[in-house]
Design a binder for this molecule. Structure first.
Ligand SMILES: Cc1cc2nc3c(=O)[nH]c(=O)nc-3n(C[C@H](O)[C@H](O)[C@H](O)COP(=O)(O)O)c2cc1C
Length: 409
Protein backbone atom coordinates (compact mmCIF):
# COMPACT_ATOMS: atom_id res chain seq x y z
CA UNK A 1 0.00 0.00 0.00
CA UNK A 2 2.86 2.42 0.70
CA UNK A 3 5.16 1.43 -2.16
CA UNK A 4 7.22 4.48 -3.26
CA UNK A 5 5.69 6.75 -0.60
CA UNK A 6 8.10 9.11 1.15
CA UNK A 7 7.29 9.67 4.78
CA UNK A 8 8.86 12.01 7.29
CA UNK A 9 8.43 10.81 10.85
CA UNK A 10 8.95 13.38 13.60
CA UNK A 11 9.48 11.74 16.98
CA UNK A 12 8.69 13.89 20.03
CA UNK A 13 9.87 13.44 23.60
CA UNK A 14 7.40 11.11 25.25
CA UNK A 15 7.44 7.59 26.67
CA UNK A 16 5.56 6.38 23.58
CA UNK A 17 8.65 7.11 21.45
CA UNK A 18 9.56 3.42 21.83
CA UNK A 19 6.45 2.56 19.78
CA UNK A 20 7.72 4.79 16.97
CA UNK A 21 10.55 2.32 16.38
CA UNK A 22 7.94 -0.34 15.62
CA UNK A 23 6.07 2.23 13.49
CA UNK A 24 9.19 2.75 11.34
CA UNK A 25 9.43 -1.03 10.86
CA UNK A 26 5.73 -1.32 9.88
CA UNK A 27 5.97 1.54 7.40
CA UNK A 28 9.14 0.11 5.83
CA UNK A 29 7.53 -3.36 5.55
CA UNK A 30 4.87 -1.75 3.37
CA UNK A 31 7.40 -0.29 0.98
CA UNK A 32 7.57 3.32 2.26
CA UNK A 33 10.83 5.21 2.60
CA UNK A 34 10.97 6.72 6.07
CA UNK A 35 13.09 9.67 7.13
CA UNK A 36 13.25 10.47 10.80
CA UNK A 37 13.57 13.75 12.70
CA UNK A 38 13.97 13.47 16.47
CA UNK A 39 13.57 16.27 18.99
CA UNK A 40 16.24 16.57 21.62
CA UNK A 41 13.69 15.40 24.25
CA UNK A 42 12.96 12.30 22.12
CA UNK A 43 16.63 11.33 22.42
CA UNK A 44 16.14 10.85 26.17
CA UNK A 45 13.77 7.99 25.35
CA UNK A 46 15.23 6.31 22.23
CA UNK A 47 18.45 6.79 20.29
CA UNK A 48 18.95 8.14 16.77
CA UNK A 49 21.06 5.01 16.24
CA UNK A 50 18.03 2.72 16.72
CA UNK A 51 15.78 4.90 14.53
CA UNK A 52 18.45 5.09 11.81
CA UNK A 53 19.09 1.34 11.87
CA UNK A 54 15.38 0.69 11.28
CA UNK A 55 14.81 3.48 8.73
CA UNK A 56 18.08 2.73 6.86
CA UNK A 57 18.72 6.45 6.64
CA UNK A 58 20.41 9.24 8.49
CA UNK A 59 18.36 10.63 11.41
CA UNK A 60 18.03 14.41 11.61
CA UNK A 61 18.22 16.08 15.00
CA UNK A 62 19.76 19.56 14.63
CA UNK A 63 18.38 22.76 13.12
CA UNK A 64 21.81 24.35 12.95
CA UNK A 65 23.42 21.45 11.10
CA UNK A 66 26.10 22.89 8.85
CA UNK A 67 26.07 19.95 6.44
CA UNK A 68 22.30 19.64 6.07
CA UNK A 69 21.67 23.39 5.99
CA UNK A 70 23.94 23.99 3.02
CA UNK A 71 20.86 23.29 0.94
CA UNK A 72 18.30 24.51 3.52
CA UNK A 73 17.71 21.04 4.98
CA UNK A 74 14.78 21.96 7.21
CA UNK A 75 12.76 23.13 4.18
CA UNK A 76 13.85 20.24 1.99
CA UNK A 77 12.96 17.59 4.58
CA UNK A 78 9.25 18.32 4.34
CA UNK A 79 9.21 19.16 0.61
CA UNK A 80 10.70 15.75 -0.16
CA UNK A 81 7.96 13.92 1.76
CA UNK A 82 4.47 12.93 0.68
CA UNK A 83 3.25 13.10 4.26
CA UNK A 84 4.53 14.08 7.71
CA UNK A 85 3.77 11.95 10.77
CA UNK A 86 4.36 13.29 14.27
CA UNK A 87 4.46 10.33 16.68
CA UNK A 88 4.45 10.76 19.55
CA UNK A 89 3.09 14.29 19.19
CA UNK A 90 3.87 15.84 22.56
CA UNK A 91 1.77 18.57 24.15
CA UNK A 92 4.79 20.81 23.57
CA UNK A 93 5.05 20.07 19.83
CA UNK A 94 1.30 20.61 19.40
CA UNK A 95 1.54 23.95 21.18
CA UNK A 96 4.45 25.00 18.97
CA UNK A 97 2.59 24.00 15.83
CA UNK A 98 -0.59 25.79 16.88
CA UNK A 99 1.39 28.99 17.49
CA UNK A 100 3.83 28.77 14.59
CA UNK A 101 6.97 28.47 16.71
CA UNK A 102 10.11 27.16 15.05
CA UNK A 103 12.97 27.06 17.52
CA UNK A 104 14.24 23.55 16.79
CA UNK A 105 14.47 21.26 13.77
CA UNK A 106 11.12 19.46 14.32
CA UNK A 107 9.08 22.65 14.75
CA UNK A 108 10.93 24.48 11.93
CA UNK A 109 10.22 21.58 9.55
CA UNK A 110 6.55 21.61 10.58
CA UNK A 111 6.27 25.37 10.05
CA UNK A 112 7.95 25.25 6.63
CA UNK A 113 5.80 22.30 5.60
CA UNK A 114 3.18 22.30 2.85
CA UNK A 115 2.39 18.56 2.95
CA UNK A 116 -0.43 16.79 4.83
CA UNK A 117 0.36 16.19 8.50
CA UNK A 118 -0.80 13.37 10.76
CA UNK A 119 -0.43 13.74 14.53
CA UNK A 120 -0.46 10.79 16.94
CA UNK A 121 -0.66 12.57 20.30
CA UNK A 122 0.56 10.82 23.43
CA UNK A 123 0.58 12.33 26.86
CA UNK A 124 -0.71 12.08 30.38
CA UNK A 125 -4.56 12.33 30.41
CA UNK A 126 -4.38 15.54 32.46
CA UNK A 127 -2.11 17.12 29.82
CA UNK A 128 -4.48 16.01 27.04
CA UNK A 129 -7.52 17.34 28.94
CA UNK A 130 -5.85 20.65 29.81
CA UNK A 131 -7.69 23.59 28.24
CA UNK A 132 -4.50 24.79 26.57
CA UNK A 133 -4.01 21.42 24.83
CA UNK A 134 -7.72 21.28 23.90
CA UNK A 135 -7.40 24.76 22.38
CA UNK A 136 -4.23 23.79 20.47
CA UNK A 137 -5.78 20.53 19.20
CA UNK A 138 -8.90 22.39 18.01
CA UNK A 139 -6.73 24.99 16.25
CA UNK A 140 -4.61 22.32 14.55
CA UNK A 141 -7.71 20.41 13.40
CA UNK A 142 -9.09 23.68 11.98
CA UNK A 143 -5.74 24.17 10.20
CA UNK A 144 -6.30 20.84 8.42
CA UNK A 145 -3.96 18.69 10.52
CA UNK A 146 -5.23 15.11 10.97
CA UNK A 147 -5.23 13.19 14.24
CA UNK A 148 -5.07 9.51 15.06
CA UNK A 149 -5.80 8.78 18.72
CA UNK A 150 -5.01 9.31 21.47
CA UNK A 151 -6.68 6.19 22.81
CA UNK A 152 -7.98 5.58 26.29
CA UNK A 153 -6.27 3.05 28.55
CA UNK A 154 -3.64 2.51 31.19
CA UNK A 155 -0.78 5.00 31.13
CA UNK A 156 2.92 4.50 31.79
CA UNK A 157 2.45 6.45 35.03
CA UNK A 158 1.43 3.91 37.65
CA UNK A 159 -2.30 3.89 38.40
CA UNK A 160 -3.16 6.51 35.76
CA UNK A 161 -5.87 5.82 33.25
CA UNK A 162 -7.68 7.86 30.60
CA UNK A 163 -7.33 9.33 27.10
CA UNK A 164 -3.68 9.93 26.25
CA UNK A 165 -2.17 6.68 24.96
CA UNK A 166 -0.57 6.95 21.55
CA UNK A 167 -2.45 5.06 18.80
CA UNK A 168 -0.90 1.67 18.07
CA UNK A 169 1.59 1.55 15.17
CA UNK A 170 -0.79 -0.42 12.92
CA UNK A 171 -3.56 2.10 13.57
CA UNK A 172 -1.18 4.88 12.51
CA UNK A 173 -0.18 2.89 9.41
CA UNK A 174 -3.86 2.42 8.44
CA UNK A 175 -4.44 6.16 8.82
CA UNK A 176 -1.40 6.97 6.68
CA UNK A 177 -2.68 4.58 4.02
CA UNK A 178 -6.11 6.22 4.08
CA UNK A 179 -4.57 9.70 3.81
CA UNK A 180 -2.40 8.70 0.89
CA UNK A 181 -5.27 7.07 -1.01
CA UNK A 182 -4.63 9.83 -3.54
CA UNK A 183 -6.31 9.45 -6.85
CA UNK A 184 -9.19 7.82 -4.95
CA UNK A 185 -12.57 8.83 -6.34
CA UNK A 186 -13.16 11.34 -3.52
CA UNK A 187 -9.66 12.76 -3.21
CA UNK A 188 -9.73 16.51 -2.65
CA UNK A 189 -13.31 16.36 -1.30
CA UNK A 190 -14.49 17.07 2.22
CA UNK A 191 -17.12 14.61 3.39
CA UNK A 192 -19.05 15.27 6.60
CA UNK A 193 -20.74 12.28 8.26
CA UNK A 194 -22.90 12.12 11.39
CA UNK A 195 -23.24 8.85 13.26
CA UNK A 196 -24.66 7.21 16.38
CA UNK A 197 -27.43 8.29 18.71
CA UNK A 198 -27.74 11.51 20.64
CA UNK A 199 -28.17 11.67 24.40
CA UNK A 200 -30.66 14.23 25.64
CA UNK A 201 -30.19 14.98 29.34
CA UNK A 202 -33.13 14.82 31.76
CA UNK A 203 -31.05 15.45 34.87
CA UNK A 204 -27.32 15.05 35.63
CA UNK A 205 -27.55 11.22 35.52
CA UNK A 206 -30.44 10.39 33.16
CA UNK A 207 -30.93 10.93 29.47
CA UNK A 208 -33.18 10.07 26.51
CA UNK A 209 -31.43 7.97 23.86
CA UNK A 210 -32.09 5.38 21.16
CA UNK A 211 -30.61 2.07 20.02
CA UNK A 212 -28.35 3.40 17.26
CA UNK A 213 -24.88 1.80 17.44
CA UNK A 214 -23.13 4.10 14.95
CA UNK A 215 -21.96 1.08 12.91
CA UNK A 216 -23.46 2.30 9.63
CA UNK A 217 -22.31 5.92 10.02
CA UNK A 218 -18.81 4.89 11.03
CA UNK A 219 -18.62 2.45 8.09
CA UNK A 220 -19.57 5.31 5.74
CA UNK A 221 -16.89 7.57 7.22
CA UNK A 222 -14.32 4.77 6.82
CA UNK A 223 -15.35 4.15 3.19
CA UNK A 224 -15.14 7.87 2.37
CA UNK A 225 -11.63 8.04 3.87
CA UNK A 226 -10.57 4.98 1.88
CA UNK A 227 -11.86 6.76 -1.24
CA UNK A 228 -9.41 9.57 -0.50
CA UNK A 229 -11.79 12.14 1.03
CA UNK A 230 -10.98 14.34 4.00
CA UNK A 231 -13.62 13.13 6.42
CA UNK A 232 -15.13 14.79 9.48
CA UNK A 233 -17.16 12.37 11.59
CA UNK A 234 -19.52 14.00 14.09
CA UNK A 235 -20.57 11.18 16.35
CA UNK A 236 -22.89 10.80 19.29
CA UNK A 237 -21.87 8.45 22.13
CA UNK A 238 -20.92 5.04 20.65
CA UNK A 239 -18.65 2.14 21.57
CA UNK A 240 -16.66 2.29 18.35
CA UNK A 241 -13.18 3.64 17.60
CA UNK A 242 -12.87 6.44 15.05
CA UNK A 243 -12.06 4.87 11.66
CA UNK A 244 -8.49 5.48 10.44
CA UNK A 245 -7.93 8.77 8.68
CA UNK A 246 -11.08 10.55 9.85
CA UNK A 247 -11.32 13.55 12.13
CA UNK A 248 -13.69 12.69 14.97
CA UNK A 249 -15.86 15.30 16.64
CA UNK A 250 -17.57 13.57 19.59
CA UNK A 251 -20.86 15.12 20.74
CA UNK A 252 -23.68 14.26 23.15
CA UNK A 253 -26.93 16.02 22.29
CA UNK A 254 -28.73 17.01 19.09
CA UNK A 255 -27.90 20.67 19.73
CA UNK A 256 -24.19 19.82 20.16
CA UNK A 257 -24.35 17.80 16.94
CA UNK A 258 -25.85 20.69 14.95
CA UNK A 259 -23.19 23.07 16.28
CA UNK A 260 -20.38 20.61 15.38
CA UNK A 261 -21.84 20.09 11.90
CA UNK A 262 -22.06 23.84 11.28
CA UNK A 263 -18.48 24.30 12.48
CA UNK A 264 -17.26 21.52 10.17
CA UNK A 265 -18.77 23.14 7.04
CA UNK A 266 -17.98 23.79 4.22
CA UNK A 267 -18.17 20.25 2.89
CA UNK A 268 -18.75 18.81 -0.57
CA UNK A 269 -21.00 16.08 0.77
CA UNK A 270 -22.91 15.75 4.05
CA UNK A 271 -24.27 12.36 5.07
CA UNK A 272 -26.56 12.44 8.09
CA UNK A 273 -26.58 8.86 9.33
CA UNK A 274 -26.97 9.69 13.03
CA UNK A 275 -30.20 8.77 14.79
CA UNK A 276 -30.83 12.21 16.25
CA UNK A 277 -33.38 12.30 19.06
CA UNK A 278 -36.51 14.11 17.86
CA UNK A 279 -37.25 15.43 21.33
CA UNK A 280 -35.41 16.48 24.45
CA UNK A 281 -36.56 17.31 27.96
CA UNK A 282 -38.02 20.82 27.92
CA UNK A 283 -35.81 21.67 30.86
CA UNK A 284 -32.88 19.77 32.34
CA UNK A 285 -33.15 19.35 36.11
CA UNK A 286 -30.00 20.80 37.69
CA UNK A 287 -29.99 18.08 40.41
CA UNK A 288 -30.86 14.38 40.24
CA UNK A 289 -34.65 13.99 40.35
CA UNK A 290 -35.63 12.06 43.48
CA UNK A 291 -38.13 9.21 43.79
CA UNK A 292 -40.19 10.30 46.77
CA UNK A 293 -42.99 7.70 46.52
CA UNK A 294 -45.51 10.36 45.50
CA UNK A 295 -46.52 11.62 42.08
CA UNK A 296 -44.30 10.82 39.09
CA UNK A 297 -42.16 13.77 38.03
CA UNK A 298 -43.53 15.57 34.97
CA UNK A 299 -41.41 15.08 31.85
CA UNK A 300 -42.31 17.77 29.32
CA UNK A 301 -40.64 17.37 25.92
CA UNK A 302 -39.65 19.90 23.34
CA UNK A 303 -38.55 19.42 19.73
CA UNK A 304 -34.87 19.21 18.85
CA UNK A 305 -33.40 21.14 15.91
CA UNK A 306 -33.75 19.28 12.60
CA UNK A 307 -30.11 18.97 11.52
CA UNK A 308 -30.82 17.47 8.08
CA UNK A 309 -33.43 20.10 7.14
CA UNK A 310 -31.33 22.95 8.55
CA UNK A 311 -28.32 22.06 6.40
CA UNK A 312 -30.33 21.05 3.32
CA UNK A 313 -32.20 24.38 3.34
CA UNK A 314 -29.09 26.54 3.71
CA UNK A 315 -29.01 29.22 1.06
CA UNK A 316 -25.26 29.68 1.27
CA UNK A 317 -22.61 27.08 1.96
CA UNK A 318 -24.94 24.14 1.32
CA UNK A 319 -22.97 20.95 0.57
CA UNK A 320 -23.45 19.90 -3.02
CA UNK A 321 -24.92 16.58 -1.97
CA UNK A 322 -26.97 16.34 1.22
CA UNK A 323 -27.98 12.82 2.17
CA UNK A 324 -30.33 11.86 4.99
CA UNK A 325 -31.18 8.53 6.57
CA UNK A 326 -34.69 7.39 7.36
CA UNK A 327 -35.37 4.67 9.90
CA UNK A 328 -38.95 3.49 9.49
CA UNK A 329 -40.94 0.61 10.86
CA UNK A 330 -43.64 0.63 8.14
CA UNK A 331 -44.27 2.01 4.59
CA UNK A 332 -40.50 2.48 4.36
CA UNK A 333 -40.24 3.78 0.78
CA UNK A 334 -43.34 6.01 0.85
CA UNK A 335 -42.34 7.64 4.13
CA UNK A 336 -38.76 8.12 2.93
CA UNK A 337 -39.92 9.74 -0.34
CA UNK A 338 -42.08 12.15 1.65
CA UNK A 339 -39.15 12.84 3.98
CA UNK A 340 -36.85 13.66 1.06
CA UNK A 341 -39.30 16.28 -0.22
CA UNK A 342 -40.00 17.71 3.23
CA UNK A 343 -36.37 18.02 4.31
CA UNK A 344 -35.07 19.40 1.03
CA UNK A 345 -32.20 16.89 0.84
CA UNK A 346 -30.90 15.22 -2.31
CA UNK A 347 -31.03 11.57 -1.31
CA UNK A 348 -32.47 9.48 1.47
CA UNK A 349 -31.11 6.11 2.50
CA UNK A 350 -34.11 4.35 3.99
CA UNK A 351 -34.12 1.25 6.13
CA UNK A 352 -36.67 -0.86 7.91
CA UNK A 353 -35.81 -0.87 11.60
CA UNK A 354 -38.86 -2.89 12.65
CA UNK A 355 -38.56 -6.18 14.52
CA UNK A 356 -40.05 -7.93 11.44
CA UNK A 357 -37.32 -6.59 9.09
CA UNK A 358 -35.71 -10.05 9.08
CA UNK A 359 -32.23 -8.54 9.60
CA UNK A 360 -30.27 -10.71 12.06
CA UNK A 361 -29.75 -8.73 15.26
CA UNK A 362 -31.99 -5.95 13.87
CA UNK A 363 -30.73 -2.98 11.83
CA UNK A 364 -29.91 -0.94 14.94
CA UNK A 365 -26.85 -2.59 16.46
CA UNK A 366 -26.56 -5.37 13.85
CA UNK A 367 -23.85 -5.74 11.19
CA UNK A 368 -26.09 -5.99 8.13
CA UNK A 369 -28.49 -3.63 6.48
CA UNK A 370 -31.02 -3.63 3.66
CA UNK A 371 -31.68 -0.19 2.31
CA UNK A 372 -33.59 1.72 -0.35
CA UNK A 373 -31.87 4.63 -2.00
CA UNK A 374 -34.38 7.41 -2.67
CA UNK A 375 -33.29 10.06 -5.18
CA UNK A 376 -35.08 12.59 -7.40
CA UNK A 377 -35.20 9.86 -10.06
CA UNK A 378 -37.02 7.31 -7.88
CA UNK A 379 -36.21 4.52 -5.48
CA UNK A 380 -33.79 1.60 -5.70
CA UNK A 381 -33.88 -1.46 -3.45
CA UNK A 382 -30.36 -2.57 -2.58
CA UNK A 383 -29.84 -6.20 -1.58
CA UNK A 384 -29.10 -7.11 2.02
CA UNK A 385 -25.39 -6.62 2.70
CA UNK A 386 -22.94 -5.87 5.48
CA UNK A 387 -22.91 -2.27 6.66
CA UNK A 388 -19.40 -1.96 5.23
CA UNK A 389 -20.68 -3.05 1.80
CA UNK A 390 -23.64 -0.66 1.97
CA UNK A 391 -21.17 2.11 2.87
CA UNK A 392 -18.81 1.27 -0.01
CA UNK A 393 -21.72 1.22 -2.49
CA UNK A 394 -23.05 4.54 -1.20
CA UNK A 395 -19.61 6.16 -1.48
CA UNK A 396 -19.19 4.85 -5.03
CA UNK A 397 -22.61 6.36 -5.93
CA UNK A 398 -21.63 9.68 -4.36
CA UNK A 399 -18.35 9.78 -6.31
CA UNK A 400 -20.21 9.05 -9.55
CA UNK A 401 -22.87 11.70 -8.81
CA UNK A 402 -20.28 14.40 -8.04
CA UNK A 403 -18.46 13.53 -11.27
CA UNK A 404 -21.72 13.77 -13.29
CA UNK A 405 -22.69 17.09 -11.70
CA UNK A 406 -19.28 18.52 -12.53
CA UNK A 407 -19.38 17.38 -16.13
CA UNK A 408 -22.88 18.96 -16.48
CA UNK A 409 -21.80 22.34 -15.05
C1 LIG B 1 9.70 10.68 31.76
C2 LIG B 1 9.00 11.71 30.94
C3 LIG B 1 7.97 11.36 30.14
C4 LIG B 1 7.30 12.30 29.36
N1 LIG B 1 6.26 11.92 28.57
C5 LIG B 1 5.62 12.84 27.85
C6 LIG B 1 4.54 12.45 27.02
O1 LIG B 1 4.18 11.28 26.92
N2 LIG B 1 3.90 13.40 26.30
C7 LIG B 1 4.25 14.71 26.35
O2 LIG B 1 3.61 15.52 25.71
N3 LIG B 1 5.30 15.10 27.12
C8 LIG B 1 5.98 14.21 27.86
N4 LIG B 1 7.02 14.61 28.64
C9 LIG B 1 7.42 16.00 28.63
C10 LIG B 1 8.23 16.32 27.38
O3 LIG B 1 9.34 15.46 27.25
C11 LIG B 1 8.67 17.78 27.40
O4 LIG B 1 7.52 18.63 27.35
C12 LIG B 1 9.59 18.10 26.27
O5 LIG B 1 9.94 19.47 26.36
C13 LIG B 1 8.98 17.84 24.92
O6 LIG B 1 9.87 18.19 23.93
P1 LIG B 1 9.54 17.98 22.39
O7 LIG B 1 8.13 18.40 22.19
O8 LIG B 1 10.50 18.86 21.69
O9 LIG B 1 9.78 16.55 22.08
C14 LIG B 1 7.72 13.66 29.41
C15 LIG B 1 8.80 14.01 30.21
C16 LIG B 1 9.43 13.07 30.95
C17 LIG B 1 10.59 13.48 31.81
Amino acid sequence: MLEDKRLLLIIGGGIAAYKSLDLIRRLKERGASVRVVMTSAAQHFITPLAAGALSHDRVFTELFDREAEQDIGHIRLSREADLLIVAPATADLMAKMAHGLADDLASAVLLANTRPVLLAPAMNPAMWANVATRRNAAQLAADGVRFVGPNAGAMAERGEDGAGRMAEPLEIVATVEAMLAAGGPLSGRHVLVTSGPTHEPIDPVRYIANRSSGKQGHAIAAAAARAGARVTLVSGPVNLPAPPGVTLRPVESARDMLAAVETALPADVAIFAAAVADWRAASEAPEKMKKDGGALPPLALTENPDILATIAHRTSGRPRLVIGFAAETQNVVAYAQAKRARKGCDWIVANDVSAHSGIPGGVMGGDTNEVHLITAEGSEAWPRASKAEVAARLIARIAAALGERESES
